[in-house]
Design a binder for this molecule. Structure first.
Ligand code: ADE
Length: 225
């Protein structure tokens, strides 16, 4: 799977992709993540990528031309399944969408800044608009990193224990059961006996009950879906 991320702040995206699971996925050749500096596609002498909004108002608007040049160049090199624009007015990312995206081939992600991007970029190029939640961030880079992380870890072969993504919170519409590790007794705070029993069917039953209870109290909305 390949991601091409278009951004005015490519440096913001370096660290999230250079560690842990995302780094491993790239080293194994399972995921390719390419970050493109939008400013490299600016055409005027000031290398500007934004301009004043038509009709007035506050804030700058990102221009269509640099996006168009970068997207057209990428599309001439390969086919893309989606061109995703990260925006707080998009569809809210959830585990179901991450699952859908994890079986795609090539995806372009556009990161916005300032007041927004020229509507024509959205009309002409964008196939899907995604938000990571009902709050506003200063740009689309952190949301893009969140999206890529949520998708890449689902690609088969990325997580060492392939079943571990399957038991994640949300994956089966339930939150995770509590987990414990050594010591079994920490200053009198004990790990539940059942987990030390070695009785696997009973442990599975306990985990399911705990997951259900957690979901009921914390996220009853998940049970209604
Ligand atoms: N850009 C700014 N805020 C955002 C959000 N919540 N989700 C996606 N992109 C954004």
């Amino acid at each position: 799977m390949r991601f091409d991320i278009i951004s005015v702040l490519p440096g913001l995206l370096e660290s999230p992709f250079a560690h842990s699971i995302l780094q491993r996925a790239q080293k194994k050749g399972i995921a390719e993540i390419h970050v493109h500096n939008l400013r490299d596609y600016a055409t005027n002498k000031h290398k500007s990528v934004d301009d004043y909004p038509y009709g007035g108002g506050s804030g700058m608007v990102m221009m269509i031309e640099p996006f168009a040049l970068c997207i057209e160049k990428l599309k001439a090199e390969r086919e893309y399944d989606e061109v995703i624009f990260m925006t707080p007015d998009g569809e809210t990312l959830n585990q179901n969408i991450a699952n859908q995206l994890s079986v795609k081939g090539n995806i372009i992600i556009l990161c916005g800044h300032y007041k927004g991007i020229d509507q024509r970029v959205r009309d002409l190029y964008v196939t899907r608009e995604m938000s990571i939640g009902d709050y506003v961030l200063s740009g689309g880079e952190l949301p893009a990193a969140v999206l890529v992380d949520s998708v890449v870890r689902l690609i088969p072969g990325v997580l060492s224990d392939e079943t571990s993504a399957l038991s994640d919170s949300f994956q089966g519409d339930l939150l995770d059961a509590p987990v414990y590790t050594r010591p079994a007794d920490w200053n009198g705070h004990k790990v539940p006996d059942i987990l030390l029993s070695g009785n696997t069917p009973e442990i599975e039953k306990w985990r399911f009950e705990q997951a259900l209870e957690r979901t009921k109290t914390r996220r009853p909305d998940l049970l209604n879906e």
